[in-house]
Write a protein that binds this ligand. Structure first.
Ligand code: TXA
Ligand code: MG
Length: 342
């Protein structure tokens, strides 16, 4: 199929394609989504085919207004915590999991009794949802396993010829996918860190658990609270290796292993000290900037052809740093070298 490249004035065309059961790449403030009418199981199935996504991995349902949850009857009931979270952080990079109703197609819920709902803050995303007149199911618009797309060009690189259209809304602001929290458990539980931090969640909800899969590899045979967390993810073709240790230990290790097929994913401050090709995530300690650029940098590694190994410092888990940590540790297949012990 031919994939249309739409500009930001063409939201009505995108909405029309979606209403007719097509699939369209749309900008959000986190990453680009690959959208379909969330109430049309046949349309949603096309998303899985285009991405090569396992059918047991459920999708997020995107709405344009909080009242859409009741308007479309998406959930059994709205938990008290959801209303408070929505008041504090919606529209924005937060996805809330609740007990689903029967209107949610099995393709969206992947057989679970819950549904993930998000109200994005990107004006074009909300406009397309409103113009389509249906909620939109949308995973990130990358091939399954690849870094999420943060520009329309990234979407085309992965999806050209496989989807009906992509609407170009420029580069995404946050750069990593939304924070995912479930309110379907006794105690609220963070399943995926993102632009809304653990501290922000706790400020509204009080006690909030962090699922072990946020920072650790799932044990063999363990059931994933969020199915997406069990798959190798965000991985470029090259091998990503995380190094745990102080600044100078990192520099020394990378320089000792330097060759022309090696690169460093580093901070601005490291560039003059490293003897390998560098890909910077920005100023040290600026976690929001790191999140914003991370996936673009992971894609650049592959654009560069000859690179086979990329060394990165193990990121901090503070604030939005936890989202960067969570993505990088998956990109590295959980491989961390502790420099003190080398
Ligand atoms: O920022 C975002 O969330 C982007 C944009 C497009 O909105 N979307 C996104 O979707 O990242 P996706 O499909 O790539 O990631 C959704 C994650 C997956 O890990 C999935 O397993 C989990 O959320 N998820 C979805 N529904 C769930 C449910 N009912 N229970 C547990 N986990 C769920
Ligand atoms: Mg994804």
């Amino acid at each position: 199929m031919k994939t249309l490249l739409l500009d930001k004035s063409q939201t009505k065309t995108a909405a029309e394609i979606l209403r007719r059961g097509g699939i369209v790449g749309i900008p959000t403030e986190t990453v680009y989504g690959l959208a379909a009418d969330a109430l049309n199981g046949g349309a949603v199935a096309k998303i899985f085919a285009a991405k090569g996504r396992p059918m047991d991995n459920p999708l997020i349902v995107h709405i344009a207004d909080f009242s859409d949850i009741e308007k479309y009857g998406l959930v059994k009931e709205i938990p008290d915590g959801a209303e408070r979270l929505a008041r504090a952080y919606w529209p924005g990079p937060l996805t809330i999991i609740m007990k689903r109703s029967d209107v949610i197609p099995k393709e969206v819920s992947a057989g679970l009794d819950t549904v993930a709902i998000r109200l994005p803050s990107h004006p074009l995303a909300r406009q397309i949802i409103r113009e389509a007149g249906v909620p939109l199911a949308a995973p990130s618009a990358n091939l399954s396993g690849s870094p999420s797309p943060t520009t329309a060009q990234h979407v085309l690189n992965d999806m050209d010829g496989k989807i009906d259209a992509v609407l170009d809304g420029g580069a995404c602001d946050v750069g990593v996918e939304s924070t995912v929290i479930t309110l379907a458990t006794d105690v609220p539980r963070l399943l995926r860190p993102g632009g809304i931090t653990v501290a922000q969640l706790r400020a509204v909800l009080g006690k909030t658990e962090i699922d072990p899969a946020v920072t650790h590899m799932l044990e063999e045979g363990a059931e994933a609270a969020s199915p997406g967390m069990k798959y190798k993810h965000y991985a470029p073709g090259a091998n990503v290796v995380l190094l745990k240790g102080g600044d100078s230990a990192y520099i020394d290790y990378v320089n000792a292993h330097a060759d022309d097929r090696t690169a460093a994913l580093c901070c601005d401050e490291d560039i003059p000290l490293l003897n390998v090709k560098t890909l910077t995530l920005g100023k040290r300690g600026d976690y929001a900037a790191q999140a914003h650029i991370l996936f673009d940098r992971l894609r650049q590694i592959d654009d560069d052809g000859g690179i086979t190994t990329v060394y990165s410092r193990l990121p901090s888990t503070d604030g939005v740093g936890l989202a960067v940590y969570n993505r990088l540790i998956r990109a590295a297949g959980f491989e961390v070298i502790e420099l003190e012990k080398v």
